[in-house]
Ligand binder design. Structure first.
Ligand code: ZN
Ligand code: ZN
Length: 250
């Protein structure tokens, strides 16, 4: 008999709390037994690339050696982005992909809590003095299929550990853009041009805004959202993501 399914969700939650107190906690990534809840095991932790200084003062790209206070990378020097400062928790690669996908496709509330704490720590410079966190929006047709926007979950998790208030629906996606998976940087930039707008009736004038997303790949989406926020008068635009893809060699 499907007894668990018949129980009210509250009772199931109590059950979960009881089980959590008895069974050893599991690694968020691989399920191995770990000492603390909402943690990675030593092996998964060591395989991930967590970003740390020295890094580009603008985009957070790690430098192989210290380059001095305020040093910026070649890409930021050649084409200054529309946002002021971007930070990411870890590199998006084959070791971290599973964690990122679990957030996107699963109902992983415990995962979101850990990610919120990691993003608060990695995003200290971006979040300092911020007035508002704005998640990168999904098109409503994608929301129907997925039920939630992972960027909103992350923004709320960061808020839950002391981050700025969340403007969950402040940015809107005006049209559905094709999936960017196989596109190069130029195609991605064309793909998202004009795709975002500030919701009618919202004002970011004079506000220090932080864009929140799960993954930064070429930065085309963040660039386009930042442009919209700047045009609307935002005093500054930061970018804080969970994972950032780097080209080979970086
Ligand atoms: Zn593990
Ligand atoms: Zn840079």
């Amino acid at each position: 008999m499907q007894l668990a399914a018949a129980l009210p969700s509250q009772v199931r939650r109590w059950g979960r709390a009881v089980i959590d107190g008895v069974l050893p906690p599991r690694c968020l990534n691989c399920g191995a037994t770990v000492d603390a809840i909402d943690a990675l095991c030593g092996k998964c932790w060591a395989a991930m690339t967590f970003f740390a200084p020295p890094w580009c003062a603008v985009c957070g790209l790690p430098f192989p050696h210290p380059m001095g206070e305020g040093a910026i990378c070649g890409a930021c020097a050649n084409r200054p982005p529309s946002w002021d400062c971007a930070r990411a928790v870890f590199r998006y690669d084959r070791h971290s992909r599973r964690l990122v996908l679990m957030l996107k496709h699963g109902d992983q509330t415990h995962l979101v809590g850990a990610f919120g704490r990691w993003m608060l720590r990695a995003g200290g410079e971006v979040l300092a003095g911020a007035d508002l966190a704005v998640p990168v929006p999904l098109h409503w047709t994608r929301l129907l299929g997925r039920r939630f926007n992972q960027a909103v979950l992350l923004a709320r998790a960061i808020r839950g550990v002391g981050g700025p208030p969340v403007g969950a629906d402040w940015l809107v996606r005006r049209r559905r853009t094709p999936s960017q998976g196989l596109m190069g940087p130029a195609a991605r930039a064309r793909n998202v041009r004009g795709a975002f707008a500030l919701r009618r009736g919202r004002s970011v004038a004079g506000k220090r805004v932080v864009l929140i997303d799960d993954v930064l790949t070429t930065g085309a989406t963040a660039e386009e959202c930042a442009r919209v926020l700047r045009r609307a008068g935002a005093a500054s635009v930061g970018v804080l993501v969970l994972a950032r893809a780097l080209r080979a060699g970086n």
